[in-house]
Design a protein around this ligand. Structure first.
Ligand SMILES: [Zn+2]
Length: 130
């Protein structure tokens, strides 16, 4: 079985892939990147918080690249139990009929390629929950 490495530090792989935020122990603000101090309260202690894998689309845009051979994609902001997550909407046609504000989505992971030793890089997105 090939090794897998997450594209971002806050993506936790395994049997039930999920995102993990750094949560300020003082005020509860959540950050996906590593912080030395909380942007809300200047607190300096953080704990790991698992983010729910289901959420609702709060904002999105459909990007159609001018580069030939590059597919349109849908960057979005997804509210996962009160935490805003930026990700692309995937596994659905990139048009306003299939991507709507408030639609229910769930986290999914996918390989974006492997190196010569077979180690796969894994990224995440959200797909319609249905
Ligand atoms: Zn704080």
């Amino acid at each position: 079985m090939p090794d897998q490495i997450p594209m971002v530090e806050y993506l936790v792989l395994g049997d039930s892939p999920h995102l993990e935020a750094n949560e300020c122990t003082n005020c509860g603000a959540r950050f996906f990147d590593r912080r030395n101090a909380c942007a809300s309260c200047s607190g300096r202690e953080f704990t790991k918080a698992a983010i729910p894998t289901e959420g609702e689309v709060r904002a999105f845009t459909i990007v159609t690249p001018f580069m030939p051979g590059t597919d349109p994609y849908v960057p979005a902001v997804v509210d996962c139990g009160g935490t805003s997550v930026r990700a692309n909407i995937v596994n659905t046609p990139p048009d306003p009929e299939h991507v709507t504000l408030g639609m229910k989505v769930k986290l999914t992971t996918f390989s974006i390629g492997a190196d010569t030793t077979g180690t796969e890089a894994i990224n995440y997105g959200f797909e319609p929950a249905n």
